[in-house]
Design a binder for this molecule. Structure first.
Ligand code: BTN
Length: 248
């Protein structure tokens, strides 16, 4: 059906190897749960609506049916790559997709949020599943501001609330898959160091006073291994995971 993310809409637009097989349902509990680790790399789960969408740190993720991109991609990274870096890899791919759609700059809020004009338009959730990794992406596309969840500090946005345009989601999902494949292949071959420049260029925390897991300091950028550099009164620290909040 036009306007949906059914395989007959998205399949003809797909150019790469990600999105095969394409597991689609009008409704599911969470696309993160649709994929099992017997599927090949590149398998994609897509739903119009999730009844139990999951965010990071035990939070929920909600979006009204048919307005967002809700998908999960199965990856099998080589054993010498750090899986924790995949949130940044997918974050960069999502940021590039949003930039192509909006022709505006985006920001990456370590470790997994994509922002436009300071508001969150997309979130990434990377979870290991047996020997594989499931990378879930929630991208707000056609939601009105009333449809968006209240998010502390940044607030949420959709592409629609940014530029007032309703969009077909199918070409956007096809573009996202291609960007994911390109950034993933680069990371797979040469590591996060090969992506650190475009990630750093979008780092919205750098130079800001933030708190992560009870430690306050100035964000000093993202290290080549994906950890956040936190400059505290006791010196520099490398933070592997957590939630960064802006100190007031
Ligand atoms: C976050 O910012 O907390 C991460 C949000 C990830 C949401 C996506 S929507 C598709 C996939 N399925 C889920 O249940 N969660 C991810």
């Amino acid at each position: 059906m036009p306007g949906m993310l059914a395989p007959e809409e998205v399949g003809p637009l797909m150019r790469g190897r990600f999105g095969r097989p394409y597991l689609y349902a009008a409704e599911c509990d969470s696309t993160q749960r649709t994929l099992d680790d017997r599927l090949p790399e590149g398998a994609l789960a897509v739903c119009e609506a999730q009844t139990a969408g999951r965010g990071r740190l035990g939070r929920s993720w909600s979006a009204p049916p048919g307005k967002a991109i809700l998908c999960s991609l199965l990856l099998r990274p080589p054993s010498d790559r750090a899986v924790s870096e995949l949130a940044l890899v997918a974050g960069l791919a999502t940021a590039l997709t949003v930039e192509e759609a909006l022709a505006r700059a985006t920001g990456i809020k370590w470790p997994n949020d994509v922002l436009v004009a300071g508001r969150k338009v997309a979130g990434i959730l990377a979870e290991t599943r047996g020997g594989a990794v499931v990378v879930g992406i929630g991208l707000n596309v056609n939601q009105d501001s009333l449809d968006l969840p209240a998010i502390s500090q940044t607030g949420a946005a959709s592409l629609y609330t940014v530029d007032g345009r309703r969009r077909e989601r199918a070409p956007l999902l096809a573009a996202l898959l291609l960007n994911l494949e390109e950034q993933y292949d680069r990371w797979r071959g040469a590591g996060l160091i090969s992506l650190i420049e475009p990630i750093a260029a979008r780092d919205v925390l750098r130079g800001r006073t933030i708190s992560v897991s009870g430690t306050t300091g100035v964000a000093g950028g993202i290290a080549p291994d994906g950890r956040l550099v936190l400059l505290t009164s006791e010196g520099g620290k490398l933070v592997a995971s957590g939630e960064a909040t802006l100190a007031l």
